[in-house]
Design a protein around this ligand. Structure first.
Ligand SMILES: CC(C)(COP(=O)(O)OP(=O)(O)OC[C@H]1O[C@@H](n2cnc3c(N)ncnc32)[C@H](O)[C@@H]1OP(=O)(O)O)[C@@H](O)C(=O)NCCC(=O)NCCS
Length: 209
C-alpha cells in the first residue's frame, strides 16, 4: 500500500460497547479514493440508492456477490442493515468513493465470523468503470490494516469462487495467501454451488509495504 495512504479520525459516534472487537464508523482516506461507511447518512454523486441499484444490475457483481439492492426498497433496507451493523460494531461496510467527484467505485467490507476470537471475513466488488487498476487490492489492504489496528482482528479470511481469477489475484496482492479449497461452499443465485478458494491474512503477517 502507498505510504500516502492515511486513515482519518472517526467520523461516526463511538460505539457504546467496550468490546475490543468492535468496528467503529471511520473514513479511510487513500487520496484518490475514500472508504466511507455505508448507511443512510452516506451521500453519493447521482444518489446513494441509485448507485446501489446500478451495482445490483451489473452482471458480474450479481454473479459473485449477493446484492439485494435491485430496487429502492432493497437499497434502503441495505443501508439500514449497514447502520445497524455499524451501531453494534459487528461489521464494517465501506463504500469506495472517488475523492474528486463523490461517485461510487465499489465496496469493501469486513464482518466478524467469530467475534470473540477476532476472526473476520473481507469482501468486495467494484463498479465496471473502476476495474482493472488495482482499486480492490488497495481497498482490501486498507480495510485489513484498519481492522487489525482498530478492532484487534486476529485473522481475516477471504473467499472467492474458484472461477473468479481476478478476485484470486486481488487476494494474493493484498497479502492473503491461498490456504485451500472449500468444496461446494458458495451458493449462486440460481442455486448452483461453487467451490471456493480460501485465503487469509494474520495480524502477525509481515507488512506489505
Ligand atoms: C474482482 C474485482 C474486485 C477485481 O478488482 P480490480 O481492482 O478490477 O482488480 P485488478 O485490476 O487489481 O486486477 C487483479 C488482477 O486480476 C487480473 N484479472 C482481471 N480480470 C481477470 C480475468 N477475467 N481473468 C483473470 N485475471 C483477471 C488482472 O490482470 C490483475 O492481474 P495482475 O495482478 O497480474 O495485475 C472486480 O473485477 C469486480 O468487482 N468484479 C465483479 C465482482 C466480484 O468479482 N467480486 C468479488 C467476489 S469474491
Amino acid at each position: 500500500m502507498s505510504t500516502a495512504d492515511t486513515t482519518s479520525a472517526g467520523t461516526g459516534t463511538a460505539n457504546a460497547t467496550a468490546d475490543p472487537h468492535t468496528f467503529r464508523p471511520t473514513v479511510i482516506d487513500l487520496g484518490d479514493i475514500q472508504l466511507r461507511p455505508w448507511g443512510r447518512a452516506l451521500t453519493l454523486a447521482g444518489g446513494t440508492v441509485d448507485a446501489l441499484m446500478a451495482a445490483a444490475a451489473d452482471p458480474e457483481i450479481n454473479r459473485w456477490n449477493r446484492m439485494r439492492t435491485a430496487d429502492p426498497a432493497g437499497a434502503e433496507a441495505f443501508l439500514d442493515r449497514c447502520d445497524a451493523s455499524w451501531a453494534d460494531g459487528r461489521s464494517a461496510a465501506f463504500a469506495i468513493t472517488d475523492a474528486h467527484d463523490g461517485s461510487l467505485c465499489g465496496t469493501s467490507a469486513l464482518r466478524w465470523t467469530d467475534r470473540p476470537d477476532g476472526l473476520a471475513m473481507v469482501g468486495y466488488w467494484l463498479m465496471p468503470a473502476h476495474r482493472g487498476r488495482g482499486l480492490a487490492t488497495r481497498a482490501t489492504a486498507a480495510v485489513t490494516r484498519w481492522g487489525i489496528a482498530t478492532a484487534a482482528a486476529r485473522r481475516i479470511e477471504l473467499c472467492h469462487a474458484i472461477g473468479n481469477e481476478a478476485s484470486c489475484r486481488v487476494a494474493d496482492r493484498a497479502g492473503f495467501p491461498y490456504e485451500g479449497t472449500l468444496r461446494a461452499s458458495y451458493r449462486h443465485a440460481d442455486g448452483h454451488y461453487f467451490d471456493e478458494h480460501i485465503h487469509a491474512r494474520l495480524a502477525t503477517d509481515p507488512d506489505l509495504d
